[in-house]
Design a protein around this ligand. Structure first.
Ligand code: CUA
Length: 357
């Protein structure tokens, strides 16, 4: 016999006992800790529902924890019963009548009572949470600010309707912190979904129908948002950069975008001509063009990303995007610009970078 210790099994057979019980338990504990650490590593960051930054998101997070704990207990109970079913029984086999009563008890208890109670508890938490996400009239009667968001394949159009003049931007949403904001969302082509995980639940953006959701950020900050409904090949590259700023900064941000566009420097005259010839029919730049097929570019130089999260905005990034956008985000709706000289694209990018109110 080798070095593996053997012990006396049931019925006199000699079996290999494997590692001692304590070592097995420690091994299982270690594996659980690794799995938990890996799982919980995804619980922080700009897209985490477990790092709520507003009242609606807090409700959702509490509901999530309640469901995890509640249904974790149900799962453990079911596993416990399952294991108990394998235990050898000392008692005599039940008679047919007793077996029938036992079966009925399991069906009523495990099949109706347990799911019924679980679902009722879930509804008791879930319905008020859903209610609080609805844009119902505020107690004071005051209507929150409205921001309109339209989902396109694959970018976000953001409109700030205002009596003083509408402001339009794309893939970059700025909102006031510390007050509720009603988002009116719609899809332009297919169904998308508007989701700012740290601020609240998601809502579908359906063509031909305006959906509403109320979100609030407790404090200024930058939050990730992502299209949450598969909408085509570039669904993953449909990210929205959302910034909550103090209300007075928000008003200043809006006012800067309502003012007349800055006078262009002479050095960019050629780039503006290229834009007017090549881009103006699809893109709007305030004071220059009215295209409404692609994103409004009036403040593109002030945005955090290009291509709805495809590239970080930095010096030279727009020129790179113009030259390589079909490689960086294949299938996006902007045609390739291979017929333009690289210098023309660079000049165009350099001018667009100056568009920052
Ligand atoms: Cu838009 Cu997915």
């Amino acid at each position: 016999m080798g070095g593996v210790p053997l012990s006396e099994g049931r019925g006199g057979r000699r079996v290999n006992p494997g590692p001692p019980r304590r070592a097995r338990l420690e091994g299982a504990g270690g594996a659980l800790a690794v799995a938990l650490t890996m799982g919980l590593a995804g619980c922080s960051g700009s897209h985490s529902i477990l790092a709520p930054a507003g009242p609606a998101a807090r409700d959702v997070a509490w509901l999530w924890w309640g469901m995890l704990i509640g249904f974790g207990l149900v799962f453990l109970a079911v596993v416990g019963l399952w294991l108990a079913a394998f235990r050898p029984r000392d008692r005599a086999e039940p008679g047919p009548g007793q077996e029938r009563r036992l079966g009925l008890g399991w069906i009523l208890g495990g099949g109706i009572l347990l799911p019924g109670v679980s679902i009722l508890v879930l509804l008791a938490f879930g319905v008020p949470t859903g209610q609080r996400l609805l844009p119902l009239p505020l107690p004071g009667g005051e209507a929150p600010r409205v921001i309109e968001v339209t989902g396109h394949q694959w970018w976000w159009e953001v409109r700030y309707p205002d009596e003083a003049g509408e402001v339009v931007t794309a893939n970059h949403l700025v909102m006031p912190a510390g007050e509720p904001v009603d988002f009116h969302v719609i899809g332009a082509d297919v169904i998308h979904a508007f989701w700012v995980p740290r601020l609240g639940g998601k809502i579908d953006m359906i063509p031909g129908r305006i959906n509403r959701i109320r979100l609030e950020a407790d404090a200024p900050g930058v939050f990730g948002a992502q299209c949450a409904e598969y909408c085509g090949v570039q669904h993953a590259h449909m990210q929205l950069h959302l910034e909550a700023v103090p209300p007075e900064d928000f008003e200043a941000w809006l006012a800067a975008r309502r003012g007349p566009p800055p006078a262009p420097a002479d050095e960019h005259a050629l780039a503006r001509d290229t834009f007017t010839e090549q881009c103006a029919s699809c893109h709007r730049v305030a004071g220059l063009s009215q295209g409404d097929v692609g994103p409004d570019l009036t403040d593109i130089g002030a945005r955090a990303t290009l291509g709805a999260g495809t590239l970080a905005m930095e010096k030279g990034a727009i020129a790179r995007w113009l030259a390589e956008h079909q490689r960086l985000k294949p299938g996006n709706r902007m045609p390739a610009h291979d017929h333009l000289a690289p210098e023309a694209l660079e000049a165009l990018g350099a001018w667009l970078e100056t568009l920052r109110p």
